[in-house]
Write a protein that binds this ligand. Structure first.
Ligand SMILES: [Zn+2]
Length: 390
């Protein structure tokens, strides 16, 4: 239905134009009988909900001239959205062949044509047009945004950074800051993969300068130090993450644990976890603290912490840890088996560790994407509260 409405909008505009043209045509003799017949057929198609045929016929009747510029542009966009991109290209190219267009109209037709080529993924045609439009006062912003989008599609991160830096003031938004930090993270990941450790660290640091809350930069840099067995640097780096992004602290716990030889018996490890817990009230951190207490033989403390947390924040992760705790401290093998069975059911049912959700569009995934595959926004996919802390 929405699609039909969309189709009808330009046709309605055309209808208005024809009414005006018919009136002036009557006076000037312009509106020929043949045009009138075709126009009547077009309206007839329109009334019978056959918008495609209506648009086709009205396109034929519509003369190519400066006065019909806006209508031609609308028709071209309509064809592009319908997937008939060859027709859109033809309309926009024809418009550009008109000699008496204003510069503003020429830029608009150029932009429409660049978008047609982009729909066809013919980047070598759309990019030069968009680069030219960077000088157009009216089209500069859209051209810069589109060039950045193309750079993202082509994974040309250096180019995406160049355009983002150059047009930083024009495109200023929190979303753009996140995107720019992620471009540096992309370059850092590629450098790390190629073994260029120092370049990777430089890019992660630059990402953090741009966006001090960039969890990806902190997390990835810490993991890089871990891979290099620099445990002190890994611990110091990952310790920055919970304050930057408290809802992602669940990913930091295993990284922190890997920095210690025997984490559960390290007072420093528990001290850091306690600090993270105060910042995030995270089920993952509470669950790890319960595990530390259990491994130290402090089952009473572990049970108290688990029950206290569950009362405050009923949560499947902590429930599963609590049942595990009850099962382990139970002498009766049947009760122990039952508890273990319940833990396996809960973990299978809720898939506790693998639920992520985009905060922007609601896309749910089993994987943590740095960029949402559905809406294309950066740093919006996070652990799903319903499973992790709700
Ligand atoms: Zn999304």
């Amino acid at each position: 239905m929405l699609e039909l409405l969309f189709l009808l909008l330009p046709v309605a505009v055309l209808y208005g134009w024809f009414i005006g043209r018919r009136e002036s045509g009557r006076r000037s003799g312009f509106f020929h009988l043949r045009h009138r017949c075709e126009y009547a057929a077009g309206v007839n198609y329109l009334l019978n909900d056959e918008a495609d045929k209506a648009v086709d016929i009205l396109t034929r009747v519509l003369p190519l001239e400066r006065d019909t510029f806006d209508l031609q542009i609308s028709l071209g966009v309509l064809f592009r959205r319908k997937g008939e991109i060859d027709k859109a290209v033809r309309i926009h190219q024809n418009l550009l062949s008109l000699e008496n267009l204003s510069q503003q109209q020429r830029d608009e037709a150029d932009f429409a044509l660049a978008m047609d080529y982009l729909s066809l993924r013919v980047y070598d045609r759309s990019i030069p047009v968009l680069q030219r439009l960077l000088k157009s006062p009216e089209r500069k912003k859209e051209a810069a945004e589109t060039l950045i989008r193309i750079s993202e599609q082509l994974r040309e991160w250096d180019r995406a950074i160049m355009y983002s830096e150059k047009f930083r003031d024009l495109l200023s938004s929190p979303e753009r800051v996140k995107a720019l930090a992620n471009y540096h993270c992309e370059l850092a990941d590629a450098s790390a993969e190629a073994g260029s450790y120092e370049t990777a660290v430089e890019h992660y640091r630059r990402a953090l300068e741009i966006d001090p809350k960039c969890f990806r930069a902190i997390f990835s840099e810490a993991k890089l130090y871990l891979a290099e067995q620099d445990y002190t640097a890994a611990r110091q780096t990952i310790d920055l993450a919970p304050e930057a992004q408290p809802d992602c602290v669940m990913f930091c716990v295993p990284v922190l644990a890997a920095c210690f030889h025997k984490p559960e018996s390290s007072p420093e490890y528990v001290r850091i976890l306690m600090r993270w817990f105060a910042v995030s009230f995270s089920a993952a951190v509470a669950s790890e603290l319960v595990r530390c207490l259990m491994s130290r033989g402090n089952e009473g403390g572990a049970r108290k912490l688990a029950i206290g947390y569950l009362r405050e924040n009923p949560n499947v992760l902590m429930l599963s840890r609590f049942l595990e705790l009850v099962g382990k401290s139970e002498a009766d093998p049947e009760v122990m088996d039952t508890m273990n069975y319940l833990v396996s059911i809960i973990e299978a049912r809720f898939d506790v560790k693998d639920k992520y959700c985009c905060r922007s569009c609601g896309y749910v995934s089993k994987y943590l994407f740095w960029r949402c595959p559905k809406c294309g926004r950066w740093s919006t996919v996070r652990p799903d509260d319903r499973f992790v802390s709700g």
